[in-house]
Design a protein around this ligand. Sequence first.
Ligand code: NAI
Length: 447
Amino acid sequence: MTSTAQHTASDIKDLSLAPEGRRRTEWAERSMPVLRLLRERFSRERPLAGRRLAACLHVTSETANLAVTLQAGGADVALCASNPLSTQDDVAAHLVKDHGIKVFAIKGEDHATYYDHLRAALAHRPDLTMDDGADLVSALHMIALNRLDDLAPPVRAWVETLSPADRKALVAGVIGSTEETTTGVIRLKAMARDGVLQFPVIAVNDSDTKHLFDNRYGTGQSTLDGLLRATNLLVAGSTVVVAGYGWCGRGFAARARGAGANVIVTEIDPLKALEAQMDGYRVAPMAEAARVGDVFVTLTGNVAVIRVEHMRAMKDGAMLANAGHFNVELDLAGLAQAAQGPTHVRAFVDEWRLDGKRLFVLAEGRLLNLAAAEGHPASVMDMSFANQALAAELVVQRARQLTKDVHRLPRELDAEIARLKLGAMGVAIDTLTPEQLRYLASWEMGT
Ligand code: NAI
């Protein structure tokens, strides 16, 4: 049990929701055997002992299991939301009440509160940060580069109360970071390229046991789940336009097709477009797809993928959603200028009137799967968060050797996570015979 001081150190919706959050977190834990094994080892070995860790992640039941694992490893954890709509308030309450973890996250928080929560995580004075979208690291870098104008007002106001030495110590105190998602890794690689990265980062997303499964199967299934929960749409027979055929797009396109949709893929990469075409989808530019789609979902990690010119071409009643990391993929500012609305018609559905037609924007253009559904199933987050826990351990073990760059986890750890997952699923595989090993290592044998 935690003390009252620890409760007041957090900012969550309602502490009395903790019992439901605990049940939900325990339910997720049943499907997270790899993370459970790591937690057992972390409890014995305490690899994060004495470390202060600030994490900016979606506050879900799976993340709760990660936070408790990091705590078992000895870390003093502070957690803030990585999206204003993705927090599960009962889970946040459970972490605060039952584990004494500091949590700053409320579902539906406004922009200012989102950044005030980020500030609170930074005020934890972490020596290790964990991001989903690079918001913590990006704020630390704006501080390091003295670009205070680029900080959100709540963070800026706080930083201005710190002395220059204190600001320097805040950034210098961070020995390294880990990053969960594609968009965050892109931002971090841009920082490394520009020579401004202040500490090493482990790109968890680059592990095969992350993007091959989480992005594809996790986003695929949970985005369809979010679409169904938000709209109760009959997918069979609908035309679903999927923007982006990367890991997430492939996953969602497959699930939408499985539910009976006619799927159209839009891409800008000729290889991905060719792959989509050969996977049996219709491929078309957005300008063309806009005219026939019933539902549009962006999963690109890019900005303004669906613009007002596309929206004007859409049918009456078209639905628009995003499952990419940031709410920038639909041009909602452009829509707000050109259209009348929004009228809130049901949870996670806003109606806009454009040229006399109705367009429905789901979950305010934020990650549909986390806003309207529960995010990825625990079984897939088991691998993503095993990567996160191992990445945190690696940063602590190797902080001195790692260069100020974006690194991936060693391939042996990736393979180990896959091996443990297969074991937990009761799936056995073959091993190479000595003859096969020799054959694969030699070049002499031919026809
Ligand atoms: P990826 O890099 O594998 O795929 C993105 C694809 O979008 C690429 O094939 C790219 O060519 C395409 N693309 C870029 N601009 C485009 C445009 N204007 N029109 C059409 N296609 C375009 O990335 P991944 O892993 O699929 O991630 C996509 C986004 O989803 C990222 O923002 C990532 O952070 C986010 N993500 C969201 C999750 C969720 O829970 N909703 C989970 C994992 C990732």
